[in-house]
Ligand binder design. Structure first.
Ligand code: SF4
Ligand code: FES
Length: 381
């Protein structure tokens, strides 16, 4: 029975190792949970090494070192070296503001394969305001030059929203100037911190549609120069994206204290509980934990997903978004136009984008507690 179950579940491809929730930036759309884990609860170096060993044995090929800000961990070079020794392709997802030449050299020497640098805007003043970190943009620009000089492949990640979307042409030009091979233009995903800040972040439908056309044209113009990935604005889409490539299908995420999640935002689903690498082996969690098996495959799906021909294309959309909006992770993602909640969602987006933009609730330890109330929970479904 156990072997049968294993045979039907492919191994994960990538591990998101969230080494810490500590971070010098305070982005109001952060995907970390509202209840951030303090430094004292972080896994130690030996446990992270064991996690990397177990992940490799399980079949993981790529490790993304992330956070918070992973360079806030003193043992990052050691962990990158350990991953390289295991044959992992390693990627550092960083805000860049804590890295200098010496630290970058040490990471390259340890075997780092790729660096993904987040930017908040193309314009320094607005970027620093959004990230809540003075001079952050200038430090990022300096780091990008060092990364390219070191010969390390560079991806720029830009989360876009109503307060920077009109600068998208400049953001694309900046990625080319910085010598990036890839640019990720990602619309905000509204759960956790981003849901708290939705009115300050939601673009209008016109802004979102203009961005789609702009990215299409830029892809054409920059073929062979810059690859552009685009994460669609869910609230204005007809169908949701296949979030995480499907729950428990390709990725696993280990939090700073060792909880193992099917998605970086899964802790926002408070109806689930998550096993820890401090209590169970990673393979056992991947194949047998209740949280990973909750939304695998298609058997869990309600209508309209159950009889929809797209159910193995988008897997019913995003579980975190379903929970954030409807209070139930098992319903069709309200971003889907076939969801009975979709009309309310579209109206919510329209109203948010049309209203004034309130001040950000910055992502900080202790800035807020608990979870946002699922606002569509009482809507008919
Ligand atoms: Fe995807 Fe479900 Fe919508 Fe069909 S009904 S498009 S499977 S979310
Ligand atoms: Fe968690 Fe979509 S963000 S499943």
């Amino acid at each position: 029975m156990v072997e049968q179950q294993r045979a039907s579940i492919p191994p994960p491809v990538s591990l998101l190792a969230e080494l810490t929730h500590r971070c010098p930036l305070q982005c109001p759309y952060c995907s970390n949970p509202l209840e951030l884990e303090r430094g004292g609860r972080e896994l130690d170096t030996a446990t992270w090494r064991r996690v990397l060993d177990e992940a490799t044995a399980l079949g993981v090929l790529q490790t993304h070192f992330s956070g918070g800000e992973p360079t806030a961990r003193r043992d990052l070079v050691d962990l990158v070296r350990h991953a390289a020794g295991l044959g992992q392709y390693s990627n550092l997802i960083t805000s860049g503001v804590l890295l200098d030449q010496a630290k970058l050299d040490a990471l390259v020497e340890a075997g780092l394969d790729h660096l993904q640098l987040s930017i908040q805007d193309s314009r320094a003043g607005n970027a620093d305001r959004i990230g809540g970190h003075r001079n952050g943009h200038a430090k990022k620009m300096a780091l990008a030059a060092l990364v390219r000089a070191a010969g390390l492949p560079l991806t720029i990640n830009a989360v876009v929203h109503r307060q920077n979307l009109d600068h998208l042409p400049e953001i694309i030009d900046l990625a080319v100037e910085l010598g990036a091979q890839r640019l990720e233009v990602a619309h905000v995903q509204y759960h956790g911190w981003a849901l708290l800040n939705r009115a300050a972040l939601m673009p209008t439908r016109e802004q979102a549609e203009a961005a789609i056309e702009l990215v299409r044209a830029a892809r054409e113009r920059l073929k062979g120069v810059l690859a552009i990935d685009y994460v669609v604005p869910d609230y204005y889409a007809r169908y949701p994206k296949p979030c995480m490539g499907g729950w428990g299908r390709q990725n696993l995420n280990v939090t700073p204290s060792g909880k193992v999640l099917p998605c970086h935002a899964a802790e926002t689903i408070t109806s689930l509980s998550f096993d820890s690498v401090t209590e169970r082996p990673l393979a056992e969690i991947w194949y047998h934990s209740a949280a990973f098996n909750a939304f695998r495959g298609t058997d869990w799906m309600p209508e309209p997903c159950r009889s929809c021909e797209r159910r193995t294309v988008d897997f019913g959309g995003c579980r975190c978004q379903a929970f954030a909006l409807a209070g139930r992770a098992e319903v069709t993602d309200p971003a889907c136009s076939l969801s009975p909640l979709h009309g309310v969602l579209v109206e919510t987006a329209r109203a948010a984008a049309a209203g004034p933009s309130p001040a950000f609730v910055y992502r900080r330890f202790g800035a807020t507690t608990g979870t946002a109330t699922p606002e569509l929970a009482d809507a008919p479904s």
